[in-house]
Design a protein around this ligand. Structure first.
Ligand SMILES: NC(=O)c1ccc[n+]([C@@H]2O[C@H](COP(=O)([O-])OP(=O)(O)OC[C@H]3O[C@@H](n4cnc5c(N)ncnc54)[C@H](OP(=O)(O)O)[C@@H]3O)[C@@H](O)[C@H]2O)c1
Length: 279
């Protein structure tokens, strides 16, 4: 499986399984277990998804070496900057996952009060230095959040996970991340179903037809061709397999450019500059 080397040398699988809205309990457990059996080696969860314990149980029961699986989780809130509560939330995440170390710990959403981001980041740095997490990063950080954090961080974030799909290609942010050697991960690759609609679907199907590939496979191949980590979610075995096979597809430069041109700057998830629910 293709991996990217993060700025601290850790190798991160380029493709993985998203678990947002994978119902906690047996559904999450079975989905993650079947994905791992299929060959997935990277699982993306979050405190907010409520399924960390199911993800952890599936990882433990899979029979696959822990060192071969990459698990990301995300701190949901900033607890008004209360260090004790932040540490408690992270420690509970470790307990729920129960897989020893965490591969990647992310700040789920930026705080508009920059000093809150610094504070959470310094706590993340302490977990990193204690070798409890192999990599630390952020999610939904815009360039201005990163510009500020980079001035205060002892350890540079290794990853920024952001909304990214053919309708929102995030070219400025991507360029910034490449320049600073911060790995970009795409979330919401299918744009809440919009990629299956009208002219976007037509173009993606036309490209896919040449390779007998589906729309989702074309999108996965497009992201990977740009060295972006792709973490599509599905709870259906046939779709898990379909998406997994998207890794094998190689698009031409012209096709990648044609997909870039589908960009409409359409943000379909929460706007990181106007988010107050996770603070
Ligand atoms: N950091 C953040 O703030 C943030 C925000 C959102 C998401 N995420 C992460 O990114 C992951 C991916 O994003 P997402 O789950 O929001 O959206 P997504 O992966 O773009 O799309 C998931 C949707 O597409 C469907 N789907 C999957 N494969 C398909 C296929 N081959 N054909 C047709 N439909 C297919 C799924 O339905 P079925 O399950 O029914 O197949 C589901 O409804 C999340 O699971 C989460 O881990 C992070």
């Amino acid at each position: 499986m293709k991996t990217y080397t993060l700025n601290n040398g850790v190798k991160m699988p380029a493709f993985g399984l998203g678990t947002f809205r994978v119902e906690p309990g047996e559904s999450a457990y079975e989905t993650v277990l079947s994905a791992l059996k299929m060959g997935y080696r990277h699982i993306d969860t979050a405190i907010m998804y409520g399924n960390e314990s199911d993800v952890g149980r599936a990882v433990r029961d899979s029979g696959i070496l822990r060192s071969e699986i990459f698990v990301t989780t995300k701190l949901a809130k900033h607890y008004g900057g209360n260090e004790k509560e932040i540490r408690q939330a992270i420690d509970q995440s470790f307990e729920r996952l129960n897989i020893g170390y965490i591969d990647l710990l992310l700040i789920h959403w930026p705080n508009q009060a920059y000093e809150m981001n610094h504070m959470v980041w310094h706590i993340f740095e302490s977990y990193y230095e204690a070798k409890k997490v192999r990599a630390i990063g952020v999610s939904n950080f815009q360039i201005h959040h990163l510009d500020d954090l980079l001035k205060h961080a002892k350890i540079k974030p290794q990853v920024n996970q952001v909304e990214c799909h053919p309708l929102l290609i995030q070219s400025a942010l991507h360029k910034y991340l490449v320049k600073h050697d911060i790995q970009m991960t795409s979330y919401g690759p299918f744009a809440k179903g919009k990629v299956f609609e009208s002219t976007t679907a037509e173009k993606l199907s036309e490209i896919g037809a040449k390779y007998h590939a589906s729309i989702t496979q074309v999108i996965i191949a497009w992201g990977l061709s740009k060295d972006i980590v792709m973490i599509p979610k599905s709870v259906h075995e046939d779709r898990l397999l379909e998406n997994f096979k998207g890794q094998d597809l190689k698009l031409s430069q012209a096709e990648i450019l044609a997909i870039n041109q589908l960009n409409r700057g359409s943000r379909l998830y929460t706007d990181p500059d106007n988010n107050t629910i996770y603070l």
